[in-house]
Design a binder for this molecule. Structure first.
Ligand code: NDP
Length: 452
């Protein structure tokens, strides 16, 4: 019972950590007239307020280390009690912080290169718009070329397997250091530069949730930089390291490992290819840059989203071509739904007269915006979540059914997206009123057709 409770507690906190899961009053939306002029000390606290801000920065880094340890232990059991504790030798390696700093410096350099176009973000409270380089995909390609070069020169990339824990420890340390820097520097910023939700006056909470909205050093935007680059690209590099470790151990990569690597590389490439879309997300538009986002970007994503690859190094799986084909088909279907539905809505929001969306059936709303009721958005109310979840399942299936651990991501992500969907529904109902109810009547299922 106690173990179950522990499992549930961790699930709950993980669920709450997710950068996007927040309960905010509609009064806090950035495009709300009133909020434009507010420098708020009266905002609703999220993530359990001060208690959450105290517990989450302790609990979640420990969870990351715990999951990595478990994925490499023969038992790989999340319910093992007492949990396996790593020795200090396993936790620390002076190479890890050097590699991490080098990696971040490389991406900072690539960020500053005059590659790709420059886009403007949404209008800020002071009426200005910030400029952002759209060159994350270039960063991914250059990283790929450099890695191939290093591999060609005989660099032991498989050593990342041994370095995983020290790297995660370094990423935790870096998250704390960067968050402290961000917290301190925010006191020199004008009030309009602060996030509405991160300026409560409670140091613990503000440190956690983030005070400054768009911290920049010159033109270098720290939040935008961390959002998709070092962590997301780092995730696929770690995966490649696990693949190389498998090659060292068994002579060639397994089919399961190749699938996990390819699927997750596709996902990361897609995110970076569509990098511009991040400029309208809640993370960029609304959330301050504090420990919550820093840790999520630099530690949580790279070290927990790819646990399957680390698991496969120690728990090899044989996969028949038939099973592999089914899993590839599942990932393909998921990706197709995810990409098509996201692109359809983005296109519709950018230009509803575009030939690809002009013929879709829509409902008018009092705000002047219309809602799609046919096409992907007529299938379920969040087809993009459906696609994302199908892909998440396809990432775990190559690991077989003997352990729960490789299913961590899909379980966590299901809870996350169900909650996120519910929150989005509430916001849409507030925004669109009766029109939203009509939409729900026309499209009764939220994520899974005929199920939910
Ligand atoms: P969505 O792209 O789902 O956007 C929701 C918004 O779309 C609504 O607020 C509404 O905004 C608009 N909308 C809803 N229904 C309609 C309709 N019928 N017609 C037109 N517009 C509509 O938001 P998310 O940011 O949650 O998701 C984006 C992607 O990111 C998803 O694919 C998701 O799976 C993925 N994701 C991945 C995460 C990860 O960690 N891997 C975490 C979170 C998300 P409005 O009307 O104002 O335009």
């Amino acid at each position: 019972m106690c173990r179950l409770l522990d499992g549930w507690m961790s699930e709950l906190l993980l669920f709450y950590l997710q950068l996007h899961v927040t309960h905010r009053s509609p009064m806090m939306r950035p495009n709300n007239q009133a909020s434009k002029h507010r420098s708020s000390h009266d905002t609703e606290r999220e993530f359990g307020g001060t208690l959450g801000a105290l517990c989450i920065p302790i609990f979640l880094p420990l969870t990351v280390l715990f999951l990595i340890c478990m994925s490499r232990s023969p038992e790989a059991s999340v319910f093992q009690w007492p949990p396996l504790l790593p020795s200090s030798d396993e936790l620390w390696d002076p190479l890890a912080p050097l590699l991490l700093l080098g990696w971040i410096a490389l991406h900072a350099l690539l960020y500053l290169m005059p590659l790709g176009k420059v886009s403007e973000g949404l209008v800020l409270r002071d009426g200005t718009r910030l400029k952002y380089p759209i060159n994350g995909f270039h960063g991914l390609c250059v990283s790929g070329v450099l890695l191939m070069l290093f591999l060609g020169l005989g660099a032991p990339l498989g050593h990342l397997f041994e370095l995983l824990l020290p790297l995660a420890v370094s990423a935790v340390a870096m998250s704390f250091l960067l968050s402290v820097y961000l917290y301190i520097r925010s006191f020199w910023e004008p009030s309009h530069a602060l996030a509405l939700g991160g300026n409560t006056g409670n140091p613990l909470y503000d440190f956690f949730i983030g005070r400054e909205l768009n911290p920049r050093i010159g033109d270098f935007d720290l939040k935008y930089f961390c959002e998709l680059r070092p962590g997301l690209i780092g995730w696929v590099v770690i995966n490649l390291g696990m693949l190389m470790k498998e090659v060292e151990l068994r002579g060639s990569p397994s089919l399961a490992m190749l699938l996990v690597n390819s699927f997750q590389l596709l996902y990361v490439s897609d995110a970076l290819w569509n990098e511009e879309a991040v400029l309208t997300t809640m993370d960029i538009v609304h959330d301050g840059f504090g420990f919550m986002l820093v840790f999520g970007d630099l530690c949580w994503v790279p070290f927990t989203y790819g646990l399957q690859a680390a698991f496969l190094v120690v728990h090899p799986q044989t996969l028949s071509w038939f099973k592999a084909a089914v899993i590839i088909a599942l990932n393909g279907i998921g990706y197709y739904i995810f990409r098509k539905s996201n692109s359809q809505k983005n296109q519709f929001r950018r230009d509803p007269t575009h030939p690809s969306v002009a013929r879709l059936e829509t409902i008018a709303t009092a705000t002047g915006k219309r809602l799609l009721v046919s096409g992907w958005w007529g299938l379920v109310r969040h087809p993009n979540y459906l696609g994302d979840l199908l892909m998440a399942l396809a990432w775990s299936l190559p690991c077989g059914f003997s352990h729960l651990l490789p299913y961590f991501y899909v379980i966590y992500f299901t809870v996350l997206l169900i909650h996120r969907e519910d929150r989005d529904e509430r916001q849409c109902r507030t925004k669109y009123g009766l029109a939203w109810d009509t939409y729900c009547h026309r499209v009764p299922y939220r994520i899974f057709p005929y199920i939910y």
